[in-house]
Design a protein around this ligand. Sequence first.
Ligand SMILES: C[S@@+](CC[C@H](N)C(=O)[O-])C[C@H]1O[C@@H](n2cnc3c(N)ncnc32)[C@H](O)[C@@H]1O
Length: 198
Amino acid sequence: MTKDLRANVKATSLFLSELLLYPQQIGALLPSSRHLAGVMAHWLPPDPEDYVLELGPGTGVVTQALIARGLRQDRLITIEKSTRMAQLLRERFPQACVIHGDACQLDKLFRRQLKGVDCVGAVISSLPLRMFTPAAAQALANKIRAVLRPSGRWVQYSYWLGNGRNDATGRFDLLSTRVVWRNLPPARVSIYQRKPAH
Ligand SMILES: C[S@@+](CC[C@H](N)C(=O)[O-])C[C@H]1O[C@@H](n2cnc3c(N)ncnc32)[C@H](O)[C@@H]1O
């Protein structure tokens, strides 16, 4: 077995064992395909100095696509709730800031662990938002809005393929949305931008 194949098998086994233990939290049958990860990674901020916040990186499929597209590890902040996945991410991306914690607390996590970072240029989220209560999803959306610079993008995928938006995204403009069919199951990627404050 090659080194890459061994690493893939290890990551997928971890994903499946976490799925068995915490199905609601994982919210997917398999890690994202490289096609879905590539579409998510298309939305890096134009300024290479900007930080990118990845929520729910799991075993790092989207993370890897972000790095492959040119994101520097030292500009990447991830928040992952699974202890074992956070550990794997630290091994795979040693220069990134991997926070083991709940993305719903991202305001507190930022204050405690990221003293020099006021805002990020993009939020790339694989969180299973539709498993969140409407109140929790709205609170998270408000925290994302607060940390995102005005021109920044929030990239979110969902296995819900309908065109309807999650109510929590109401304070964002929908810039673009498309279905990625080459994923199991297919997923819709939506790109949001902060609505200007009145
Ligand atoms: C659908 S999986 C996606 C994993 C990976 N990004 C991918 O595309 O293969 C969702 C991930 O979000 C994490 N997650 C779920 N709720 C979370 C929360 N409140 N805070 C941080 N991570 C969370 C899960 O542990 C899991 O790793």
